[in-house]
Design a protein. Structure first.
Length: 480
């Protein structure tokens, strides 16, 4: 009957206890709940559409070589390996938190040849030397009456979720870097080809100017001006090769492979990756749900909130119940009734709260306020980055379209001047100048196309897509 009463009393005690610290709930005034951040993204027009952002947005380019570069980078990139290791570490920390408290079992065995002190037992004679042994098994159960361990588990789970979000950030950043580096290589090759045409045309113009001077139809100033233009164009050539090499070296680093093991044709691509459809951007609500940095900051806030409970739990006692059974005595007598021992009972340990313990609670509360402010900042920055990316993309498209119109006019003028030259109505120098003007506009248009392509990449990175497909997983521990 007494045991039943004790069990009932313990059950009432357990039901009466509450979990220490605040329960996590996203504040209503958090920036993520603002209505003005949930709707359509600013800057939408004829260039983008409110469609879901695909998980593998780089496949919109329909470039098999680019797809292969991304695939290889996700398989061997060192940053992803670091992120996977950090994620595995966070999951092991969660296992540690979950294993705290509850049941624990231990065993102990000992044997020694012992000479005890007689005076320790108020004896005047010498105590005989004996071979003493002991063996015991102990078990205990730690109660989480105040929820301290539960808050620790909540904090560990939230931290593991934040580590997963960090791995997702590493993945989308990697994809954007691969696409950007590949685009840089292709753009450098394309712009180098146009620059070579301009250099060749300027060389022809310089030779013609020299012949006109020799024939008495020009002066030295015109020759010097033409030579200066030629040298200026020639001096600009190395930067295209440098940009190409920089893109290749970065791809080599991102894929963790030497240059000669990059996919065939990577170094010679001369056409920019191009998306032939309107860019899907979604809306503000889906953006905030999709961006891994927003998710990471929210999980960090949840972990910080749980740590308030962990700090508060230090004000309360630790309560456990344990039992032990064993045998202690002369080795030859171990296991006999005279050497057997057992015991069970509760254990309560409590450290009287001090100002230091309360200060740790206030510290955890301040850290939570900081985590909330950081979360709000990440949310606002996510919207800002996307809106800025949309505005820049729109502006780059407008500039590209204007240069395309100028290119059509320059092309028409060049063709018309060439027909006049063939009919004897225009000089060869005028024909060269018209062609060179067209080539210059082509160079500007190629640079504008590069800026449009880079703006697309920046926009997709701001949209936060690309982590869902082939998500970074924690590394698996080795198995025998």
């Amino acid at each position: 009957m007494k045991r039943l009463l004790a069990t009932a009393a313990l059950g009432l005690l357990l039901s009466a206890c509450q979990v220490v610290g605040p329960d996590y709930k996203l504040p209503e005034k958090s920036a993520v709940n603002r209505g003005d951040l949930q709707g359509q993204l600013a800057g939408e027009g004829n260039n983008v559409v409110s469609a879901p952002v695909p998980a593998d947005w780089w496949k919109l380019y329909k470039d098999p070589r680019l797809d292969e570069l991304v695939r290889q980078a996700m398989a061997s990139n060192t940053d992803l390996r670091v992120a996977a290791a950090n994620l595995q570490r966070a999951r092991y920390q969660t296992e540690q938190a979950e294993s705290a408290g509850g049941w624990s079992v231990g065993a102990k065995a000992e044997a020694q040849r012992l000479q005890e002190s007689g005076e320790a037992y108020l004896l005047t004679e010498k105590v005989p030397v004996a071979n003493i042994g002991s063996a015991s098994i102990t078990t205990s159960y730690q109660f989480d009456l105040f929820g301290t361990l539960q808050r620790g588990i909540e904090s560990a789970h939230a931290s593991a979720d934040a580590a997963q979000a960090a791995a997702d950030i590493a993945r989308i950043t990697l994809v954007a870097d691969v696409v950007r580096s590949y685009t840089q290589v292709c753009a450098a090759n394309e712009e180098l080809a146009i620059a070579n045409e301009s250099l060749d045309l300027q060389a022809q113009s310089t030779k013609l100017t020299q012949r006109l001077r020799d024939a008495g139809r020009g002066d030295e100033t015109q020759v010097t001006r033409s030579q200066t233009q030629y040298k200026s164009l020639r001096a600009d050539m190395p930067r295209y090769e440098a940009a190409r090499q920089a893109g290749l070296f970065r791809l080599s680093m991102l894929l963790a492979k030497p240059l000669d093991q990059l996919p065939a044709g990577t170094g010679t691509c001369a056409e920019l990756p191009h998306i032939a459809q309107l860019l899907p951007v979604g809306d503000g609500a889906t953006l905030l749900k999709r961006r891994p940095d927003v998710r990471q900051a929210e999980r960090q806030l949840a972990a910080a909130t749980a740590r308030i409970g962990v700090a508060t739990g230090a004000l309360y006692p630790d309560i456990s119940i344990g039992a032990t059974v064993g045998t202690v005595g002369i080795l030859g007598d171990l296991g006999t009734p005279a050497t057997n021992r057992w015991g069970f009972g509760p254990l309560i340990s409590w450290t009287v709260p001090t100002n230091g313990a309360r200060a740790r609670i206030h510290e955890a509360e301040a850290a939570t306020q900081g985590a909330l402010a950081h979360f709000d900042g990440v949310v606002l920055n996510a919207i800002r980055e996307t809106q800025t990316g949309l505005a820049q993309y729109t502006a780059q498209l407008q500039r590209r379209d204007a240069l395309a119109d100028a290119g059509e006019s320059a092309k028409e003028a060049s063709e018309q001047t060439h027909r006049f030259f063939q009919a004897g109505r225009a000089s060869f120098l005028a024909d060269l100048q018209a062609t060179r003007t067209y080539t210059d506009v082509r160079a500007q248009l190629a640079a504008a196309n590069t800026q449009v392509a880079m703006s697309q990449i920046d926009l997709f990175l701001a949209l936060g897509g690309g982590w869902e497909s082939g998500r970074t997983q924690a590394s698996q521990p080795g198995k025998p």
